[in-house]
Structure formats: structure tokens, C-alpha cells
Ligand binder design. Structure first.
Ligand SMILES: O=C(O)CCC(=O)C(=O)O
Ligand SMILES: [Fe+2]
Length: 376
């Protein structure tokens, strides 16, 4: 009886919040049978195929960034969600490892900004990777008290650095955007019909087994005509995609390693959340199974490089229980500048409102971290 009630689509003010709590509940585990799974091709009358622009990016170009030729991508949308595109892992076998390493080793480095910078000195947050590796290389059987800096990462910002306090980007807090990530996202966007997309800001969210991301809309970018791209690596998650109103009931879907999501057009400002990370039994991570080398030979001009044994071992260890999500955002419209005051003006009523898994403070109201973790 209780199960039946839980699987019914609810409407009304609390529909999203209830669904969030439902998927977050550990005991008893929720019924996952309503969660859409784009990877299996399991039929659902909600899922519709999407036609990509196969000529927008050549095979050579996509291969350089570790993607399969666009004609091989499996892209979908959802009925009544125009502008939403889900691409089921378009990466070449063996190439996700490179992007995982970038997220763990390269992007947390200065001049990028991370959550640790909020309460640690610049010298303490230098060489996060190098300081963590000796500990992460030790046997998992060795019990240790303190988490390494890599394990304490919650977010990293790139390009125009998102300010979690003002909820704004500003002209004076900008560092160069990683060129290889720029290229990867430009190719994905072009295949989805956005040849002019040029990411100017990136937010990396690091999730552990108990982490969640509250209900929110990404509306701090000044121009919403550009798509928002999302790339996921490591453990799977339940992603909830709602409507343009906070109370619209969401659709639940699995987001697995390598999956790419595009929120554009009428879906650019939809509410969304990540209530749960699904940690696979040890040894089952697809990225681990694939290994760290592309199955086809790398071109001389490839931006994807094979990983050293040590980097691969540490990345594997990390993603055995964690997930990294990268969102890519174009902040400004053509010829647009930041307004003099960087303080945002509320746009949609309640538009910035969110909630963490306790239903308490909003995601964008959190000062130090976008991802809420129940762990200590
Ligand atoms: O982790 C995810 O899948 C979503 C991330 C997100 O919504 C965000 O960073 O704004
Ligand atoms: Fe978001």
C-alpha cells in the first residue's frame, strides 16, 4: 500500500521535495522501478530519440577529445521536455579515465578555486593531488582517521568563478578556462545544434556515497539562450529533472559514468536535483572495467593522453565510491558585459530556492559547498 502511494505521480507544492526524500531514503530502500534508464534502451513512452548534427564535428575532431564519432552517439529527449538532451556515454572506451584525472588532479590546481580555499591558506591548498597521493596509494585495509585533500574536495570552479555567497559571476574573478575541456564541450554542444557555444564557467561537484545536491535552477548566467552541459564520471546517481515551477513533479533518471546531459531552450531553467549516489559493488565501475587506455591508437594531436600507473590507481580508488559532475556554462551573451554591480537581482519568484536533503537551506544559499554530504 505504502509502495503504491510512493510510486504514484504526485502534484502540488511538495511533489519535488517528496520525490527527493523518497530517493534519498536508505532504509527501506526506495522502489527504483520508475527511474528512467537511457543506457539499457528499456522502452519508456517518455523517451524519444534525438537527431544530432552528425556533420557538425568530424570523426577526427571528436576522437581527439576521447569521444566516439557522433553517428555512434545514442541521444534521447523526453516527451514534454523540449531542449533536454541525454547522451548515453558517448566516450570512447578507455578515454573517461583521462577526464577523471583532469577532475581530480588538474582542475583543483591553482588558479582554479575549490571549497578548500574557503578555509585554508593558499599554501595549504597548493598541490592537492601530490599531498594526497601517498595516502591514497596505501592499502584500503589500513584504517586512517583523516581524509586527504582530494577526498575533501566538494567543488571546483573554472573560468568565471561562481561566487556561492553572491550567487553571481563577475568580470574581476576570472582565470583561463582549461582549453581541453573547452574543446570537449564545444564539440558536444555543436553536435547538439549549438555551434556557437563557448563555455566560460565550469562547476565541478564531487559526490561521495552520502552526498546529495538540493533542488535548484541554474540561472546565475546572464544569458540563458546558451545550453548548460553536464558530464558525469564515476559512480551513478539518481537525477531528478523537474519543471519550470518549483512544484512541478520531476522525472527520475539514472546518470552513469560518461553520460552527458544538455539543458537548453525550454529546458534550460528547469528545476533539478541529485538526491542519491548509487555506489556499485566493488570492481563494477564501468570506467574501471574499461581501463585507462583508449582502445584505438591516439592521434598525435589528441588532447587525451594515457594515464601513468600511479594516476590510474589513485583515480580508480577515488571513483570506486565517488562521483564527479562537471557543468559547463556560457555566462555572457554576444557582446554582453557584466553589469557594474555584480549582485544578482532575483528573477523568477522563488527561482533560487532549493533544499538540501533535510529540506532545510537552499543549495545556492550554501556558502562553502554545492554538494551536501551527510558524512562528517
Ligand atoms: O551533479 C549533477 O548531476 C548536477 C549538477 C548541477 O546541477 C549543478 O552543478 O548545477
Ligand atoms: Fe544545476
Amino acid at each position: 500500500m505504502a509502495k503504491m502511494a510512493a510510486s504514484m505521480v504526485e502534484t502540488g507544492e511538495d511533489a519535488f521535495r517528496k520525490m527527493f526524500k523518497r530517493y534519498r531514503t536508505k532504509h527501506p530502500p526506495p522502489d527504483f522501478s520508475d527511474v528512467l534508464d537511457f543506457s539499457t534502451g528499456k522502452q519508456s513512452d517518455k523517451i524519444i530519440p534525438v537527431k544530432l548534427d552528425k556533420a557538425a564535428v568530424s570523426d577526427v575532431e571528436v576522437t581527439r577529445v576521447g569521444l566516439q564519432p557522433v553517428r555512434n552517439w545514442r541521444a534521447f529527449s523526453l516527451l514534454e521536455y523540449p531542449g533536454f538532451v541525454f547522451i548515453s556515454n558517448p566516450f570512447q572506451p578507455g578515454c573517461q579515465a583521462f577526464w577523471v584525472r583532469q577532475c581530480l588532479k588538474t582542475y583543483p590546481q591553482k588558479p582554479n578555486v575549490c571549497n578548500l580555499d574557503m578555509h585554508m591558506s593558499p599554501s595549504e591548498t597548493q598541490n592537492i593531488w601530490e599531498k594526497s597521493v601517498p595516502v591514497l596509494k596505501t592499502s584500503p585495509a589500513v584504517k586512517r582517521q583523516a581524509k586527504t585533500l582530494v577526498e575533501r574536495l566538494r567543488w571546483v570552479t573554472l573560468g568565471y568563478h561562481y561566487n556561492w555567497d553572491t550567487k553571481a559571476y563577475s568580470a574581476d574573478h576570472h582565470t583561463p578556462f582549461p582549453p581541453e575541456l573547452h574543446l570537449l564541450s564545444r564539440h558536444i554542444a555543436a553536435a547538439c545544434g549549438f555551434p556557437k557555444f563557448s563555455p566560460e564557467a565550469g562547476i565541478l561537484n564531487y559526490y561521495h556515497s552520502d552526498s546529495s545536491l538540493g533542488i535548484h535552477v541554474d540561472e546565475s548566467e546572464l544569458d540563458h539562450s546558451h545550453p548548460l552541459l553536464s558530464l558525469s564520471f564515476g559512480q551513478s546517481a539518481i537525477f531528478l529533472l523537474g519543471g519550470l515551477c518549483r512544484q512541478d513533479p520531476p522525472t527520475a533518471m539514472y546518470m552513469r559514468s560518461g553520460d552527458v546531459m544538455v539543458m537548453s531552450g525550454q529546458s534550460r531553467l528547469r528545476y533539478h536535483a541529485v538526491p542519491r549516489i548509487l555506489v556499485a559493488p566493488r570492481g563494477q565501475t564501468p570506467v574501471e572495467v574499461e581501463g585507462c587506455g583508449p582502445t584505438t591508437a591516439l592521434q598525435a594531436s589528441s588532447v587525451v593522453e594515457p594515464l601513468s600507473q600511479e594516476d590510474w590507481a589513485v583515480c580508480c580508488r577515488y571513483i570506486q565510491s565517488s562521483r564527479v559532475n562537471v557543468t559547463l556554462r556560457q555566462v555572457l551573451g554576444p557582446g554582453q558585459n557584466f553589469p557594474d554591480s555584480t549582485f544578482p537581482t532575483p528573477k523568477t519568484p522563488g527561482g533560487q530556492e532549493g533544499e538540501n536533503h533535510d529540506g532545510a537551506s537552499g543549495r545556492d544559499k550554501r556558502k562553502r559547498s554545492s554538494v551536501e554530504t551527510a558524512e562528517t
